[in-house]
Write a protein that binds this ligand. Sequence first.
Ligand SMILES: C[S@@+](CC[C@H](N)C(=O)[O-])C[C@H]1O[C@@H](n2cnc3c(N)ncnc32)[C@H](O)[C@@H]1O
Length: 466
Amino acid sequence: MSRAPETRDRPRGSFRPKAPGKPAGLPPIPGLAARRAATDLIGRVLDNGRPLDLELDAMAAQGAFRGLEPRDRALVRALVGTTLRRLGQIDHALSRLIDKPLPEKAARARAILRIGAAQLLFMDVPDHAAVSLAVDLAGEDRLGRPWKGLINGVLRGLARRRDEILQSQDPVRLNTPDWLLVRWIVAYGAERAQAIATMHAAEPTLDLSVKSDPAGWAQRLDGIVLPTGTVRRTAGGAVEQLDGFEDGAWWVQDAAAALPARLLGDVAGKRVADLCAAPGGKTAALALAGAKVTAVDISADRLKRLTQNLDRLKLTGVETVVADLMAWDPAEPYDAVLLDAPCSATGTIRRHPDVAYLKDEADVAALAATQAAILGRAAGWVKAGGTLVYCTCSLEPEEGEAQIAAFLAAHPDYRRRPIEAEEIGGLAECITADGDMRTLPCHLAAEDLRLGGLDGFFAARLVRVA
Ligand SMILES: C[S@@+](CC[C@H](N)C(=O)[O-])C[C@H]1O[C@@H](n2cnc3c(N)ncnc32)[C@H](O)[C@@H]1O
């Protein structure tokens, strides 16, 4: 396996760590702060079960990234992203060099080893920098200090045996938790499951929903226009600094996530309920199409972000409601309802590699029950003749196909209105035999993994008969 040129590190130079008791004023070791932040994040995600995006926001709010150049912040993301995407290979490689598993109390050392191994195995970082920065980091606190020698020895050994170890590995098998791989094989077959998991190795570039002129924005932002109309950038970059951000010309939204709102058809002037709306990617599409939208979400914080997004986009006609859909009832039914139900989000592992380690089978079952309950309530909020679109960003059939089968069996006042390929940019491979939409991470594949793929989404369109 070749080493992906995901990031490049400054050589360590001749700086020495600031040891306790040494005079203050030594210059900081280049690259150490980024490794420290990445190690903290990996610990919080993998040991404390915290979602990566929330932890990144929390660390930014606490000023943890203050003093880090944008380039170093990007390095933190790359270190954490690579460690999560390649965690199975990393842990397998480390286990080849450590005689017996590290004890619970060695959590800090384990995180340092994982971040170090990610650099040695998959990133364009000089071996000596990866090893010495890991050792420096271990020396910083009492949790890491006892493991300094082991970290040094293991990472040096890994640098020496890298090729042999990588050649012995099956990346898809190792980097995909068993429960997910088994589920995808059952749902989609072995070949597709392999293709889905393969897409999780690289972070995709940015997808943008543009208010108008996709071709013009694709040119301005170094992107291409996908068949669905989404602009896909060929490079990454800080979103806030891109042309058109401040003017509200576009919003960030995976190409698959842009499709469900369209399935409501022409919504101009219609009353539409957007249920589970925040942070508002689908609300924006509905408002742009001229709907009078009621956006409901249980999270006041996330609805605040929705309002900020709509303000930036200069989109109006949206009423926001903070409410639990299990307790809320609208004053009168809507012409159309979009329900983007809370789900396991296993369709978004390309963009959120932490999901693979934060969710389990029990979550799928619990979320499927919640989805059924909210869908059952939402069914009563649609006018006769009106449309209900149900969607989730999950690859699990319980949260998609099975949910709709059960709903139709229990609701004789609803019929499925099959989705046509032309409504979703001609992507016939994303339409199921029943006429639902099922996008997979391996759809729209490109040779460069970062430029291909879609979030895994399910959507069904139902019509309430009179
Ligand atoms: C998949 S996200 C929605 C994404 C959003 N539709 C978009 O396109 O940007 C699911 C949302 O459901 C909300 N949610 C979860 N349980 C809820 C409940 N019982 N009532 C209302 N909203 C809920 C969460 O706060 C979360 O914002």
